[in-house]
Design a protein around this ligand. Structure first.
Ligand SMILES: CC(C)(COP(=O)(O)OP(=O)(O)OC[C@H]1O[C@@H](n2cnc3c(N)ncnc32)[C@H](O)[C@@H]1OP(=O)(O)O)[C@@H](O)C(=O)NCCC(=O)NCCS
Length: 148
């Protein structure tokens, strides 16, 4: 199945400019919900790209660095952890350009999700996901390549 037909658009910038005509960088206060109801701790270590879209009730702990590149979409109720105290893990998280993270997913410390990759809803992402792949599950495994 064709998940995202970017060929309908000249390029991703055209698609996203239609989707977010008047996108602006959100105001983010340490530990407080943004107007979209997502929360960041260690805001100073968050690098947020242009035309990103983060769903309500998502939590980002950027203590060891979280980079969310341009056009990334994160569903609601996700957790992006650069530190996980339960299992004593830490490391930077990178969500590369135009990747998408399905709702209720968890991204663990040290993980990079590749450009254009899609993570299915309710996934536990504890390893890197290569570019242009769809990965799902607990733990997240690649199931297919995105067709362009
Ligand atoms: C991962 C996803 C993008 C795949 O969509 P798709 O390309 O249409 O794929 P399909 O529905 O054909 O699923 C392919 C297989 O993966 C399984 N699968 C799909 N999503 C899954 C998920 N999140 N977790 C586990 N398995 C999943 C399907 O059951 C199917 O398995 P099968 O081949 O054994 O029948 C989609 O299922 C998904 O999770 N989207 C996120 C939606 C979301 O969070 N939206 C809210 C934010 S806007």
């Amino acid at each position: 199945m064709l998940i995202f037909d970017v060929t309908l658009y000249e390029n991703i910038e055209v698609y996203m400019s239609e989707r977010f005509g008047n996108w602006q960088f959100p105001e983010i206060e340490e530990g407080k919900p943004t107007k979209y109801n997502w929360v960041v701790q260690h805001v100073d270590k968050l690098h947020l790209g242009y035309k990103t879209d983060i769903g309500a009730f998502t939590y980002i702990n950027a203590q060891y660095g979280v980079t969310i590149e341009d056009y990334v979409q994160i569903g609601s109720h996700c957790s992006i952890y650069s530190i996980s105290t339960i299992d004593d893990k830490s490391g930077p998280v990178t969500l590369k350009k135009n990747c998408r993270i399905g709702s209720h997913s968890i991204v663990m410390p040290g993980v990079t999700v590749g450009e254009n990759a899609i993570v299915g809803a309710f996934s536990f992402v504890n390893q890197d996901i290569p570019a242009d792949m769809v990965a799902v599950g607990v733990p997240a495994k690649v199931i297919k390549k995105i067709q362009k």
